[in-house]
Ligand binder design. Structure first.
Ligand SMILES: Nc1nc2c(ncn2[C@@H]2O[C@H](COP(=O)(O)OP(=O)(O)OP(=O)(O)O)[C@@H](O)[C@H]2O)c(=O)[nH]1
Ligand SMILES: [Mg+2]
Length: 269
């Protein structure tokens, strides 16, 4: 649906970016979708300035690619929240266990599964809600404990409760997970088979619950002036505040009728 430009349709591969939004049990989530091919990664790098979370998609069949490392590091160095989505669980040559361990090896132990593939890739099991169960890779109980451990590290009160009782009720973890994701202490890893609609609802749930809103995501700075006299102000998102915008992409639509538009502008003037 999003590959609507002629070149992408012809190549059957995304060459241009597209924007959309979806509503799923909460306020609308704004989405930017970018090509994965290294030759076309410029717009994705420019878009870092316009988003709170970078979701990096990795195929369970081909694993980490050249551009995966590059985009992950660009997002990390800029201070964005990150998520990793492992797709094509169902592919014949998928090797989810190897791909997952290479994700942790390459990007660190902050990359933590929020769910795991189960039933031979026919479903996913939630590692936060379940402290036991069977999955196609790893141990659900161990993943559950390690996940809670990582989340409570960012919150002293929850950490105390965890140390005293050995557990924290999942409903108390909600805001702490969002903060852990926003500060990059936790990078949720989710598993999906787009072809068989496996893990897709769970992915949308995770985006709505854990991807930071502009209120908790990376704060942008307004720079006025240049050189030594430049002033920098951190922009606090405020619905009642002044309008602030940043251009991150300029495009001209070859199908738009410019002469009609300029006539309309003349008439309006
Ligand atoms: N078996 C299987 N194939 C999939 C799945 N998701 C996508 N594919 C196939 O993989 C190919 C690439 O999928 P795309 O969605 O175009 O991948 P992409 O991430 O947008 O790749 P770029 O456009 O190059 O950035 C297509 O032929 C899809 O049909 C999946 O979950 N399972
Ligand atoms: Mg594509």
């Amino acid at each position: 649906m999003l590959d609507y430009d002629d070149e992408s349709k012809e190549r059957r591969q995304t060459v241009d970016s597209s924007l959309f939004y979806f509503e799923h049990e909460g306020p609308p989530a704004q989405f930017h979708r970018y090509p994965g091919m290294p030759d076309y990664c410029g717009p994705a790098i420019a878009a870092i300035a316009a988003v709170e979370t970078a979701a990096i998609v990795i195929s369970a069949a081909s694993g980490i690619g050249v551009n995966t490392r590059r985009m992950y590091n660009v997002a990390k160095n800029y201070g964005l929240a990150r998520m990793i989505i492992v797709t094509r669980l169902d592919a014949e040559n998928a090797n989810v266990a190897d791909v997952f361990s290479s994700i942790q090896e390459t990007f660190g132990l902050e990359c933590h599964p929020i769910n795991l593939p189960a039933d031979g890739g026919k479903g996913v099991i939630d590692c936060l809600a379940n402290d036991s169960g069977s999955a196609d890779l790893l141990d659900v109980g161990e993943c559950h404990t390690a996940l809670i451990d990582r989340i409570v590290e960012t919150d002293d009160t929850l950490m105390e409760q965890f140390m005293e009782t050995g557990s924290v009720p999942p409903e108390k973890l909600g805001p702490a997970i969002g903060n852990a994701v926003a500060m990059g202490h936790l990078v949720p890893v989710l598993f999906v088979s787009a072809k068989h609609d496996v893990g897709v609802k769970e992915l949308l749930d995770a985006i709505i619950r854990y991807a930071p809103s502009p209120l908790v995501g990376k704060k942008r700075t307004l720079v006025v002036g240049e050189g030594e006299t430049a002033t920098e102000t951190v922009i606090e998102p405020d619905l009642e505040g002044d309008f602030v915008a940043q251009v991150f992409k300029i495009t001209s639509d070859p199908k738009s009728n410019i002469s009609t538009r300029s006539r309309a502008c003349t008439a309006a003037r």
